[in-house]
Design a protein around this ligand. Sequence first.
Ligand code: URA
Length: 238
Amino acid sequence: MERLQKVIAHAGIASRRKAEEYIVKGRVKVNGKVIRELGTQVGKSDLVEVDDVPIYKEEYGYYLFYKPKGVISAVSDNKGRKVVTDYFTHIKERIYPVGRLDYDTSGLLLLTNDGEFSQRLTHPSHEVDKVYVAKVKGLAKKHDFLPLTKGIKIDGYKTAPAAFQIISVDLKTNTSIVELTIHEGRNHQVKNMLQSVGYPVQKLKREKYGDLTLKGLRPGEYRSLNKKEISVLMNQSK
Ligand code: URA
């Protein structure tokens, strides 16, 4: 069961607020009866009409995608570049990415058409750990990264404490591989954090999102989330 305004908004007819307006004004019928109460619960078998036109109820879809680098985290691009939804040619739902990864970042990206799911996951209070692996310039020294575990100032805000691990250093190429775990999701956050402690990022990949990993997927491939994975993610938000 779902709230009537959500069902209308999800059908793409109106925003949630507009949908509420339609309900209050008596423009919405459920099973032939005008319903003016906000928050009325409707189920899959209920017939919902707006201005006597039945709405089309789209199924929800939740996908875990291995985003390749060189792809925009969007549903369209005015410069004609490849976008993540170009990889989803065989699905009916009109999905969009939950948050985003930079054009040159690869890794785990979730996509859905469930606005509430997406809003919850991208809300700052949603404290799901995301694990990134970065190739950085320079030979990583542990003490340089310690400030990240307390939080550092970037563009006027303080980052939440992060965890890091130095995976390897390569003397020949003067680069290192560093793993960083954060639960925030500001623009270019990992790149900015590592740059701030003196290690510019050359390559970035998101390996984990909560308990979810890229296991079994190659770049450009995706799979559906199962019910348990969806509910775990929903319940991780405050
Ligand atoms: N942090 C970044 O800097 N870039 C990403 O794509 C994701 C996190």
